[in-house]
Design a protein around this ligand. Structure first.
Ligand code: UD1
Length: 329
């Protein structure tokens, strides 16, 4: 099988490319390099520079590389930016996906793994604290809306055109397989805490008055290496499934970790001792979002292997590469 990995020069995409090739699959990367980095694409993996909005380029790439399936990660993923630029987000994430599906149908490429997000759930109301794939989806920002609309589009096109499809709802991704593959953006808890510590400032905890055990928000953190392995398992499952198959799967560990636990662990792993400071709540943050991870285990035989400490330690090794001054001692 040959898989076109859109967004394969990005943080998560580069890990998916490595997991796929390590598992013996052929990979081709398509990336517009708007946030991706060509250096992340390993030797021997062709890189097509361009956008999923370019249907002709897609069909040419499918034919030239004899592509049999697509893992679609290219897209915009910043919640705040999506509120300022909804038209841009709908164009990149929804129109980009529509363009990709159109090209797949034209070129008879039948397997699609779509990168979705736990943001489709919004503020989930759960009975036992775990979000299942059947929990109602009520996204709270344009980013989450584009992911949910993307899932609908994937399902509808898959049904109409006999594709095999899967939407993977990623929970909170962290860590790196190697320092040079680390997430260079500072938009999530782990790198935001690293940045504060590097500047000699107190990391911020956005609210400690939530209805959770220690008052801080609880999330389900997943190591990017485990997430990448879930893509391999999904790709294999789709390749062996009848046309029309559609899967929707949470990709998480099923274990809640609070912001306070994370900041404490980060201090422990990095050797920094600056205590975190509690500030006001960040608008729109749900108190608790933790995956029920049993459907993915049953469907794919996949479950996460790495714990939060692995995530923090590997992310810190990557951070130190770009910020050597952050090292203690
Ligand atoms: C993130 C993504 C969301 C994605 C979801 C699941 C963002 C803004 N959100 O949500 O798109 O769908 O994961 O994959 O990227 N926090 C602090 N201090 C900080 C930074 C964060 O207390 O300096 C807290 C936040 O308030 C939140 C938790 O840490 O409670 C996690 O924050 P973040 O890493 O931004 O992820 P989510 O908002 O959960």
């Amino acid at each position: 099988m040959t898989w076109l990995i859109t967004g394969g020069a990005g943080y998560i995409g580069a890990h998916v490319v490595r997991a796929m090739t390590a598992a013996g699959e052929r990979a081709v990367v398509l990336d517009d390099l708007s946030t991706g980095d060509a250096e992340r694409v390993p030797d021997g993996v062709p890189l097509v520079v361009g956008s999923v909005l370019d249907g002709e380029l897609l069909v040419r790439a499918f034919e030239e590389h004899a592509v049999t399936g697509v893992v679609h990660l290219a897209g915009k993923k910043r919640v705040g930016e999506s509120m300022e630029r909804p038209l841009h987000y709908y164009r990149e994430n929804v129109e980009g996906l529509r363009s990709l599906l159109d090209a797949m149908v034209t070129a008879d490429v039948t397997h699609l793994v779509f990168s979705s997000s736990a943001s489709v759930y919004g503020m989930p109301a759960t009975e036992n604290g775990l979000v299942t794939e059947d929990t109602p989806c009520l996204p709270m920002n344009p980013y989450g809306e584009t992911k949910l609309a993307g899932e609908w589009l994937v399902r509808a096109a898959g049904r109409a055109h006999g594709l095999t499809t899967a939407s993977l709802r990623y929970f909170n991704v962290a860590g790196a397989a190697a320092p040079d593959l680390t997430d260079t953006g500072v938009f999530n808890l782990v790198p935001m805490v690293f940045e504060k510590l590097t500047d000699g400032a107190a990391p911020r905890i956005f609210g400690a008055d939530y209805a959770t055990p220690d008052g801080t928000c609880v999330r389900d953190y997943i190591h990017v290496v485990d997430l990448a392995e879930a893509h391999v398992a999904t790709a294999r499952k789709l390749a062996a499934s009848p046309r029309g198959t559609d899967l929707t799967l949470n990709i998480g560990r099923g274990e809640g970790v609070s912001v306070r636990e994370m900041t404490d662990l980060i201090n422990e792993v990095t050797g920094h001792t600056t205590a975190a400071e509690v500030t006001a709540r960040r608008p729109g943050d749900p108190a608790r979002v933790v995956a029920a991870a049993d459907r993915v285990a049953a469907e794919l035989g996949w479950s996460a292997k790495h714990d939060v400490r692995d995530m923090v330690a590997s992310a810190w090794a990557g951070w130190l590469r770009g910020h050597p001054e952050a090292a203690r001692g």
